[in-house]
Design a protein around this ligand. Structure first.
Ligand SMILES: Cc1ncc(C[n+]2csc(CCOP(=O)(O)OP(=O)(O)O)c2C)c(N)n1
Length: 597
């Protein structure tokens, strides 16, 4: 313990937590209060009064985690959520699992009953002698610990935040008993400089960079496959792609980083992807595929397709070790900071050009005036005037009508399938340096929890007052998690919730049809979501036709001080582009049959 006199009045554990979170630019803690977490809310009241971190009260703790997730993805900063003992904490599990699978840096703070009550049947006891929330959350966070003494607080908090940002990023959990949360820090002063500790070196491995340049020099035709982690480096990557005339495709997570009108863009590979992307990978001309910052998961790799992606033509550049383990067949792995790697490659290529005084000849030129070769499965339906409106036309209208700075969140269900394929957010920003939050399009495709896009859009809107946030979701998801609309009302956020109303769990219904399974358990009653929205204090508008969509005053919706629900009655017979999922389920079923019998 320090022998120096305290520099300022001793701080509560709760104040210290907020102090460190303020150091790293955190604006909000998303959560729901309760008796055991009261000291944190007391500190939040003090902090709110001085213009610091303030609480945002969710309607369900899972919604709070989704909000923290959306906030983190939008800002590139830490998302923070909190819950009280027992059910408050267990309600966070799905959201934390979602953030774990999607590598989103979060800090979850949960309360415990006071230490002396452990093992004595305290109300909502959640310690190792109760329902044990530390253990429960161990499986869906990268760090989960009980702070059982005030002296542990600072280093455990710093470890939690550093773990959340350490690659692979993800959620961390601190469980703090009520009595600890109220205690004063013994020496009264914070000891760490968290922003400095979070600075990571930008490592480039010169041996690997040389090997990569040799591979590039030998290549006739290069394809870049960009994952969601390319945000910060996208400017350098695009300059590299243009220098090589390389084709560009993205995974579903990478969509929204590249302008779909770019002449070398061929669309999305993987779930709900585009035939143009598959065709380019299948082309015999292509002899080098460079995958960047992608986990090459089932949905990002066309079901781990060896013919399309995972073959000896592959070079994998990534900062995440775990991602590199997904590509043992790659001819080269380049590990390091992706922006630094691409900047270094460009410097070396430009130096080589200057020495040679000529552009490399081995690369095929882009035909002048070539039209974009980016194909949609059913493009004609994007222009159909049929009533009820076709989902393809709905996506087309969202493309056309919303401004270029719109952030789109696509929810689990058919929404994500329609959006990955038909929604084309326009990337019109200069390709210079960005934050890690560079994308215009977000999904939770790795864990795919229904309702994620509802909470995430609310959290993102709080962090992004400069532009519209659109949440594309299903009626089933809205019935599961739509209560968070009430938070957007309370916070006066101009989030536009687009509900694809098919009075069904549509992905289940179409999945059963496509797989030849029994048609069961997908029906939902017809719900008037526009009326529901109005009842909750939001604007609610019912859409049946393309004409209804065109009649919308989008500018007014985007500048409205509060959310709007567009209850869109879509053509339920349109089959979403989800064949990859069906093929995969079929394959897995066959494998199971072989194994069992
Ligand atoms: C929390 C959760 N429960 C169940 C599922 C399985 N599931 C995936 S899509 C889906 C249907 C979604 O229905 P809806 O939100 O109405 O969207 P639609 O597919 O009709 O567009 C279900 C049940 C899931 N992904 N997440």
């Amino acid at each position: 313990m320090s022998t120096h006199p305290p520099l300022q009045p001793a701080l509560d554990a709760s104040d210290i937590i907020l102090h460190y979170l303020e150091q790293i630019g955190c604006d909000y803690i998303f959560g729901i209060p309760g008796g055991a977490i009261e000291p944190l809310y007391d500190a939040l009241a003090r902090s709110s009064r001085r213009g610091g971190i303030r609480p945002v009260v969710a309607r369900h703790e899972n919604g709070a985690v989704f909000m923290a997730d959306g906030y983190a993805r939008q800002t590139g900063r830490l998302g923070v959520c909190c819950a009280t003992t027992g059910p408050g904490t267990t309600n966070m599990i799905t959201g934390l699992a979602d953030a774990y699978e999607n590598n989103v840096p979060l800090l979850a703070i949960s309360a415990q009953t006071p230490l002396p009550t452990f093992g004595r049947g305290a109300f909502q006891e959640s310690s190792c002698t109760g329902i044990d929330t530390v253990s429960m959350l161990q499986h869906c966070t990268r760090y989960s610990t009980l702070v059982s003494h005030i002296d542990q607080l600072q280093h455990k908090l710093i470890t939690a935040v550093m773990t959340a940002f350490h690659s692979p990023r993800g959620p961390a959990h601190l469980s703090i008993p009520l009595d600890i949360m109220r205690q004063k820090l013994p020496d009264g002063t914070p000891r760490f400089n968290l922003p400095k500790l979070l600075q990571t070196p930008h490592i480039v491995d010169p041996e690997k960079t040389t090997a990569l340049l040799e591979d590039i020099a030998r290549a006739r035709r290069v394809v870049l496959v960009l994952g969601g982690g390319c945000g910060e480096a996208i400017g350098a990557i695009m300059a590299f792609a243009e220098r090589l005339n390389a084709f560009i495709i993205t995974t579903p997570h990478g969509k929204g980083l590249v302008n779909p009108d770019h002449p070398r863009y061929r669309g999305v590979i993987g779930f709900a992807g585009h035939s143009s992307a598959r065709a380019v990978l299948a082309s015999s001309e292509v002899d080098l595929i460079i995958a960047v910052e992608t986990n090459l998961s089932e949905w990002a790799s066309c079901g781990w397709s060896e013919t399309a992606l995972l073959n000896e033509r592959l070079v994998h550049i990534d900062s995440v070790n775990e991602n590199l383990t997904r590509s043992p067949m790659a001819r080269l792995h380049v590990r390091g900071h992706v922006l630094a790697i691409f900047e270094e490659i460009m410097v070396q290529m430009e130096a080589a050009d200057a020495d040679n005084k000529q552009a490399p000849e081995s690369l095929l030129p882009v035909p002048p005036g070539a039209p974009p070769c980016f194909t949609l499965d059913e493009e004609a339906k994007c222009h159909s005037d049929a009533v009820p409106i076709k989902p393809q036309r709905l996506m087309h209208e969202l493309n056309q009508r919303f401004p270029a700075n719109t952030r789109f969140f696509a929810d689990t269900g058919n929404s994500v399938a329609w959006a990955v394929h038909y929604l084309q957010p326009k990337e019109r920003r200069a390709h210079n340096r960005r934050g890690v939050n560079g994308g215009l399009f977000r999904t939770s495709i790795e864990f795919s929890s229904m309702g994620w896009a509802i909470g995430a859009a609310v959290g993102a809107a709080l962090a992004y007052p400069d532009g519209p946030v659109v949440s594309i979701t299903g009626d089933g998801s809205f019935l599961m998690s739509g209560q968070e609309l009430s938070v957007a009302v309370a916070e006066q956020l101009s989030v536009i919730f687009v509900i694809l109303n098919d009075h069904a769990l549509g992905m289940v219904m179409h999945g059963q049809r496509l797989a030849g399974a029994e048609s069961i358990a997908h029906q939902l009653p017809q719900t008037d979501f526009a009326a529901l929205a109005r009842a909750m204090g939001a604007e609610g508008i019912t859409i049946h036709s393309p004409a209804d969509m065109q009649a919308l005053d989008i500018k007014a919706l985007c500048s409205r001080q509060g959310p709007t629900v567009l209850d869109v009655h879509i053509d339920t017979e349109e089959v979403p582009p989800m064949s990859l999922r069906i093929q995969s389920l079929r394959r897995q079923g066959e494998r199971r049959r072989t194994v069992t019998g």
